[in-house]
Design a protein around this ligand. Structure first.
Ligand code: NAD
Length: 104
């Protein structure tokens, strides 16, 4: 499977990238390094199935290009496989929507 992880150089994203590479997936990450660090994925850079882009997910042309490139790659070797492309989102806790307060 080809997986795009946003925030892939963060705590959760980098561990997810490692786990997916271990099971044989091709992993693309995009991260602006605002709270993450390239140190979190430096050990993955030598893996030919690991691809990283340092940029923000708010940069729509970059994200669109990344997704399109990956989709094209997915189709080339497996034209009839129907294998999909999974986007996994990992954002920092600060960006997550807050839960509404519990009603008493
Ligand atoms: N060593 C540890 O135990 C440790 C270390 C770090 C975090 N944590 C915990 O893990 C949790 C948070 O982990 P996480 O992985 O959700 O957060 P994170 O901040 O580690 O990961 C979020 C990633 O998203 C990236 N990002 C943010 N905005 C972006 C944007 N616009 N475009 C692209 N990338 C963007 C950040 O640079 C970061 O790499 C917290 O509970 C924290 O306390 C634990």
């Amino acid at each position: 499977m080809r997986v795009l992880i946003t925030g892939g150089a963060g705590f959760v994203g980098s561990h997810l990238a490692e786990a997916l590479l271990d099971r044989g997936d091709e992993v693309f990450i995009i991260d602006n390094l605002s709270t993450g660090s390239i140190d979190n994925v430096v050990h993955l850079k030598q893996n030919p199935r690991f691809h990283y882009t340092i940029d923000s997910v708010s940069n729509e042309p970059v994200v669109a290009e990344l997704v399109t490139a990956a989709e094209e790659r997915a189709r080339l070797p497996f034209p009839a496989s129907g294998k999909g492309y999974t986007v996994v989102k990992s954002v920092s806790a600060k960006q997550r929507p807050r839960r509404p307060p519990k009603k008493t």
